[in-house]
Design a protein around this ligand. Structure first.
Ligand SMILES: Nc1nc2c(ncn2[C@@H]2O[C@H](COP(=O)(O)OP(=O)(O)OP(=O)(O)O)[C@@H](O)[C@H]2O)c(=O)[nH]1
Ligand SMILES: [Mg+2]
Length: 89
């Protein structure tokens, strides 16, 4: 993650881009949610797992670019366990 900038000057500790990983049960709407966020329209159909979706920095007023990572529900259990472990550490 890189730091944010104001007029080219970095702001210590402020991120200019973040990655969001979407985890959930099969059919819970992960891919649809990501596609809707990217296009501002609800998709009629989506691929089971989308490639990384980049929302441009000017998408939000605070100028942070967002990359959304879709996941396969087959990995939901493993990913949840990893997130819980990271919270504990
Ligand atoms: N009514 C309604 N249907 C939704 C919503 N979100 C998703 N769906 C539908 O639910 C189904 C599954 O959506 P997906 O986005 O493929 O769900 P997913 O979590 O990515 O599924 P997997 O990739 O199989 O884990 C699709 O038919 C979507 O159209 C919602 O907010 N409302
Ligand atoms: Mg999906």
């Amino acid at each position: 993650m890189s730091t944010g900038t104001v007029a080219g000057a970095p702001i210590p500790g402020r991120r200019s881009n973040v990655r969001v990983v979407v985890v959930g049960d099969r059919g819970s709407g992960k891919s649809s949610l990501i596609a809707a966020a990217a296009s501002e329209n609800f998709p009629e159909s989506v691929a089971p797992v989308l490639p990384p979706t980049h929302l441009p920095a000017d998408y939000y007023p605070d100028g942070v670019s967002v990359t959304i990572i879709d996941t396969s529900s087959s990995y939901a259990f493993v990913l949840r366990k990893t997130v819980i472990m990271l919270k504990v550490l």
